[in-house]
Write a protein that binds this ligand. Structure first.
Ligand SMILES: [Zn+2]
Length: 382
């Protein structure tokens, strides 16, 4: 089974490229030749390819053209593990086609998307501006040695694009029904409140940390963080754990703990929410600890010429009016948003990370045509 698409003519069809990618067992953080499949295809298409290895991770930056506008296709070639093989009816790395479906790990998330990018470039032919690829092998796990570091390198080299498109499988039910123009931020907090342990019958000799923690959490949850914004639903603070671990009925415990997860919109930052939690605890006045980890800040690419170009491409290819959305978890777009406008548009994601992950072959081809239309729209309706 060859990992390389067999000849140049194949490059306008995303199917053989996607198959070659799926046959590379690039379960994160392994590469197994996946980046090489992208590299050799892009070299055939006239791109200058730069391999960027950070830690154990293979990444690729490739560019064709020197002028603007500069559009960057961003994606990843690593995949999540197949999980229990008993759940699969095919070999997850064989890239079999069954009943018109391309089957295999990464078919939707997102080797199909990367293959569609490449085919789109082959279909678009010569363009007036520049097209680049930011492809990482480190998205599904820690995302430390991937997109973040490649972007740092791109900034040093003066390679920051005018706009970027991430090919994550963001469509909900039908291709193109959703364009993600932002994502909520996410943070976790662990709160510990110390009191004074004592006999439940003599509360005056104790200081009950459970009561204090209840007051703090009540204050944090009594009213919504906000009412939402033009592009985001309201932020949400969820208490995910409340722990005392007290086996006795007549003892006031000495310590109480809770955990929170906050999904936040563009009215907040990790720093502003950290300050809010800190203030709530200081107001309570007890000895406490607060551990915060911010998984990602919120970002939004407000509708403007770029988002309009994407909408026109979707309408022309699919006849659908895409909804602009900021829901769901985090993706590498959160890193790119620090440098340039970024949106996410890709395959229907219903089977991602599941057993028997698949994408209809015709939908994969439609996705490549959609991306080719994006190139045309962005390059000035060329
Ligand atoms: Zn993905």
């Amino acid at each position: 089974m060859s990992k390389q698409p067999s000849n140049q003519a194949d490059l306008t069809d995303p199917l053989p490229i996607a198959q070659a990618l799926i046959r590379a067992k690039s379960v994160t953080p392994a590469d197994d030749g996946a980046i090489g499949v992208v590299e050799s295809a892009l070299e055939q298409l006239g791109f200058t390819c730069t391999r960027l290895r950070f830690g154990p991770i293979e990444n690729l930056y490739a560019r064709r053209g020197t002028k603007g506008p500069h559009l960057c296709f961003a994606g990843h070639t690593d995949v999540v593990p197949p999980g229990d093989l008993a759940g699969w009816t095919v070999d997850p790395f064989a890239a079999e086609i069954r009943d018109g479906l391309l089957m295999g790990r990464g078919a939707t998330d997102m080797k199909g998307g990367v293959a569609a990018f490449i085919a789109a470039v082959a279909q678009a032919g010569e363009v007036p501006g520049s097209i680049s690829f930011l492809i990482t092998g480190d998205e599904e796990a820690d995302a430390v040695d991937g997109t973040v570091k490649v972007l740092g390198w791109m900034a040093e080299q003066g390679e920051i694009p005018d706009m970027a498109l991430v090919g994550e499988p963001t469509s909900k039910a039908e291709l193109g029904d959703t364009i993600k123009i932002g994502r909520r931020g996410s943070m976790n907090a662990a709160i510990t409140i110390h009191g004074i342990q004592g006999h439940a019958a003599y509360p005056q000799r104790a200081d009950n940390p459970v009561h204090r923690l209840v007051r703090v959490l009540h204050g944090l949850t009594a009213k919504p963080l906000d009412e939402g914004t033009d592009w985001f639903e309201p932020s949400s603070l969820q208490v995910t754990s409340f722990d005392v671990g007290n086996p006795a009925t007549n003892v006031i415990p000495g310590v109480a703990k809770a955990k929170l997860n906050i999904r936040f919109n563009d009215l907040h930052t990790g720093a502003s929410l950290s300050a809010m939690l800190k203030e709530a605890l200081e107001r309570e006045g007890a000895r406490h600890e607060l551990d915060i980890s911010i998984s990602g800040e919120s970002f939004v690419t407000k509708p403007g010429p770029y988002v309009e170009a994407l909408r026109r491409a979707v309408r022309a290819e699919t006849g659908r009016e895409p909804a602009l959305d900021t829901g769901g978890g985090t993706s590498d777009a959160r890193f790119i948003a620090r440098y340039c406008p970024v949106a996410e548009l890709g395959a229907v994601g219903t089977t991602m990370h599941k057993a028997d992950e698949s994408t209809p072959v015709e939908e994969l081809r439609a996705l490549s045509r959609l991306y080719a239309r994006v190139i045309g729209e962005v390059m000035g309706g060329a």
